[in-house]
Design a protein around this ligand. Structure first.
Ligand code: ADP
Length: 468
């Protein structure tokens, strides 16, 4: 089943709520009207009874219909068509001399008679006298603490019933009009409230990978929709940055691959241009192999980075003695350090084991140490150290090399990023070493940070949890 649009649902809610409120108000108004009408009839009947009682006190024994009419007119403002009047002696017998109005006789209930003999008035609604119920008031006429007469006045509730019905009919007629107004109002409100959403949808349709720079309009009102627009824009900003990074990465990767491929192509074309001696072919092949190795190294690095970022890096987890591994890396690079007259030292070294991938960790150590050797002048010092810090190990590779310019400490971990000094050096790296090192540290639940003073040296700190 297709769900209704928010606009339609809001309108429906609005109409339903308005109906409930309307019905509640109508119920309350009807109740109030009924109460007031009954109350005014009772008050008027009381007035009529009092006026007539007064006359009995003044010695009137019998009332002419015109006098009764007058009393009704005085308190009701009009003389009701169906009005009742009766007078009884203290024993409850009606006075035969008293002419009855055309409406007929009223019954005298036991309760009313009992109340009257105690000096109390009684209001009753009597059914069955005509088409409509009759409201009857029975009052005693007292003299010297004794009941000398009983007077009954009554009035048909026809006009009240008709007023009530008319009121209900008016409400029933107003309800559809009210609902129509509420519905149109609700639709208008919902439309207005959701207009910004429509604009956001339109903007979102326009935005694609090519137009990630576009933004959803923010009203600045600070309301929920404005916050939604802000959140969307922040998300678009992050997407934009991620897309730019991917684009830059692809461009850099293609560029890095293109250089060795161009060299390789050139060498092979030159070699094929004219016949060569076997030695010359061998030299060309050796040089070509070097370039192929470079390409293979680059592609392997890219693949590793891609797997790490996709979270699918294959890891052969085992207990790795980092102290031992550091010694091996030291042994491997000592020759390189010596050849450059750099002092490679193994400072404070504990035998610390962590769970991890031995080859990946070796790669991490090699990348950091090779960098330290690469970016340090002859006579400089490169020191490796390892220590345990509670539940993690801390691995330090420090050098007295060229250092990293302020503000570039984070950027050197981005793929292909190289500082200006590094770019001007004859020995070119791939620019992937630190990104790979960071990915390996992260795959082990660890981090890498760098602290550096340009011209004085750098310290790379790797922290890895022992139970990664
Ligand atoms: P590269 O192959 O260029 O060494 P890396 O990712 O290993 O690539 O390093 C990125 C950049 O970080 C380097 O080009 C260099 O500018 C800077 N860098 C890395 N290690 C050091 C260091 N020990 N001292 C100074 N600069 C360094």
């Amino acid at each position: 089943m297709r769900t209704l649009s928010i606009r339609a649902r809001l309108t429906l809610w609005y109409v339903s709520l308005s109906t409930v409120i309307f019905l509640l108000l109508a119920g309350a108004a009807y109740g109030l009207l009924s109460y007031n009408l009954s109350h005014s009839v009772d008050a008027a009947l009381n007035g009529v009874a009092k006026a007539l009682t007064e006359r009995v006190h003044n010695g009137f024994g019998i009332f002419f219909p015109s006098e009764i009419d007058e009393a009704f007119r005085q308190f009701f403002g009009f003389s009701p068509l169906e009005r009742y009047f009766q007078m009884f002696d203290p024993f409850g017998h009606s006075d035969p001399r008293q002419p009855l109005p055309s409406s007929g006789k009223l019954p005298l209930s036991k309760e009313a008679f009992r109340n009257a003999s105690q000096g109390l008035a009684t209001y009753q609604t009597v059914e069955g006298l005509g088409k409509y119920p009759v409201r009857v008031l029975t009052v005693p006429v007292m003299q010297g603490g004794r009941m000398i007469n009983l007077i009954q006045v009554g009035m048909s509730l026809q006009s009240i019933s008709e007023t009530r019905v008319r009121f209900l009919l008016s409400l029933a007629a107003l309800l559809p009009i009210g609902l129509l107004l509420a519905g149109s109002g609700g639709l208008l409100l919902a439309r207005r409230a959701l207009k910004p959403v429509d604009r956001m949808v339109e903007a979102a349709h326009r935005i694609s990978a090519v137009h990630l720079g576009e933004r959803v309009e923010e009203t600045g009102a600070g309301d929920e929709l404005d916050r939604l627009a802000k959140t969307l824009n922040e998300m678009l900003g992050r997407l934009d940055a991620a897309f730019s990074q991917i684009r830059r990465f692809s461009a850099d990767a293609s560029h890095e691959l293109q250089t060795p491929l161009t060299i390789l192509k050139g060498e092979l074309e030159v070699a094929l241009r004219s016949p060569r001696t076997p030695e010359e072919y061998q030299a060309t092949l050796r040089s070509a192999l070097e370039e192929v190795n470079r390409i293979a190294h680059l592609v392997e690095g890219l693949l590793l980075l891609h797997r790490a970022e996709a979270g699918v890096l294959r890891m052969d987890r085992q207990q790795v003695d980092l102290g031992q591994l550091l010694k091996e890396v030291y042994g491997q690079l000592k020759v390189v350090a010596d050849s450059r007259s750099i002092q490679l030292r193994l400072d404070s070294m504990e035998s610390l084991c962590i769970r991890g991938d031995r080859e990946l960790l070796r790669r991490l150590l090699l990348n950091l140490t090779e960098n330290a050797l690469k970016y340090t002048e002859p006579q400089g010092i490169v020191a490796l150290s390892l220590e345990g810090e509670g539940k993690r190990v801390s691995l330090l590779v420090s050098d007295t090399g060229i250092g990293i310019p302020n503000g570039e400490e984070e950027r050197i971990f981005q793929p292909f990023y190289r500082t200006a000094a590094a770019r001007s050096m004859a020995e070119g790296g791939t620019g992937l070493g630190l990104s790979i090192a960071r990915s390996i540290a992260m795959a082990h639940g660890g981090t890498i940070q760098v602290q550096s003073t340009p011209g004085q040296g750098s310290i790379f700190r790797v922290h890895i949890p022992i139970e990664s």
